[in-house]
Design a protein around this ligand. Structure first.
Ligand code: KG4
Ligand code: ZN
Length: 333
């Protein structure tokens, strides 16, 4: 029997979750809306919002889980990668909580946690599985050999997939974060209306910066010829951009599966909430005979449930850290 408190504060979501014997019973997420008008996350504002949100969020998670704080066996927190000022809030809270209650402290790598979100709800993937992790800061192809044995086999050379969505949204005049909005408009548009280029990157790496530039030039040219073009063709532009981002991801995933021979295929991270990507991976899985794993929406974007589940597996392994642990803005898998 174990009760693990998970804390996530790497970017713009303050989240706390309780995991009892490997089952998530609460996952409270406080979104920060303060960044919307700036078109991206402002690090200093993010840290301040975490500072305000952390105690109420943890309090709510503990209350709703109907556990007593004295019964918590360990506290797991996101050590990195992420914004240092934001990570510091969660890390300091977790350290203080562990010290005050005299319980073990567990550090969690945020990118590993996105992958381990697949162990929140069954069916769980078998090892080894291949995971395409797509978030606002990362795009990775990972060969997952065991809970904490992960090999990075491909990654983006420039922008992340989530950044490609968010920067496109910015070009189109949409607010931050633009990914979910592009997804929504794309569902109403024609994906073949406009053709955006697919970069020719060797191996299993990705690149999205060329696509971003081509969208910018396309929009500037069309608006100059026909003011109001974006507004009139928003759905079709979103559908075409989304289709290209998805095809870039899918083609590398297909190649990785072929090269490794692995047939358990998983998708993780905020962009795995995208309806086009989910549909494309599912369809490709049927064609290729893969078993495909996609977490529920709330476990795709940043959340503490994935930190608590990673904490659960580290707790079983008695993998703890001391009070001298420091957060890491950069943290390899
Ligand atoms: O994993 P996540 O919540 O935070 C990071 O660790 O970065 O991912 C956030 C990213 C943002 O870029 C956001 O626009 C994108 O995930 N995202 C989406 C969708 N939902 C979130 N992108 C496309 N379609 C969506 N439905
Ligand atoms: Zn994330």
């Amino acid at each position: 029997m174990s009760i693990i408190l998970g804390i996530e504060s790497s970017c713009d979501e303050t989240s706390a979750a309780l995991c009892i014997d490997g089952k998530i019973c609460t996952n409270i997420i406080a979104n920060q809306t303060v960044h919307e008008k700036f078109g991206g996350v402002v690090p200093e504002l993010a840290s301040r919002a975490h500072q305000q949100n952390i105690i109420p969020t943890v309090g709510q998670a503990i209350r709703e889980a109907k556990v007593h704080k004295n019964d918590i066996d360990a506290v797991a927190f996101t050590r990195g990668p992420g914004l240092l000022g934001s990570l510091l809030v969660g890390t300091s809270f977790a350290k203080a909580f562990a010290l005050a209650r005299n319980i073990p402290l567990i550090d969690v790598n945020h990118m590993q946690a996105h992958i381990l979100a697949h162990f929140i709800e069954e069916p769980f993937p078998g090892f080894p599985f291949l995971c395409l992790t797509v978030s606002g800061g990362h795009t990775q192809l990972v060969l997952v050999k065991d809970y904490f044995q992960m090999e990075l086999i491909g990654q983006t050379l420039d922008d992340a997939a989530g950044e490609a969505f968010d920067k496109t949204a910015k070009i189109l005049g949409l607010p931050y974060p633009g990914g979910p909005l592009i997804d929504r408009y794309a569902q109403l548009g024609d994906a073949e209306a406009f053709a955006f280029p697919e970069p020719q990157i060797p191996g299993l790496n990705f690149s999205f910066s060329g696509l971003k530039t081509s969208i910018l030039y396309f929009v500037q040219k069309k608006e100059a010829e026909y003011p109001g073009f974006i507004q009139d063709h928003l759905n079709d532009i979103c559908a075409s951009v989304q289709a290209r981002i998805v095809s870039i991801l899918i083609n590398k995933l297909k190649r990785a599966a072929k090269e490794t021979g692995v047939r358990y295929i998983a998708v993780a991270g905020g962009v795995s909430a995208n309806s086009g990507l989910r549909a494309a991976v599912t369809k490709l899985g049927e064609e290729q005979g893969w078993q495909v794993f996609i977490p529920r929406f709330e476990y795709c974007t940043d959340n503490a449930a994935m930190i608590a589940i990673a904490g659960h597996y580290k707790y079983i392994a008695r993998d703890f850290v001391g009070q001298d642990v420091a957060p890491l803005a950069r943290y390899n898998l």
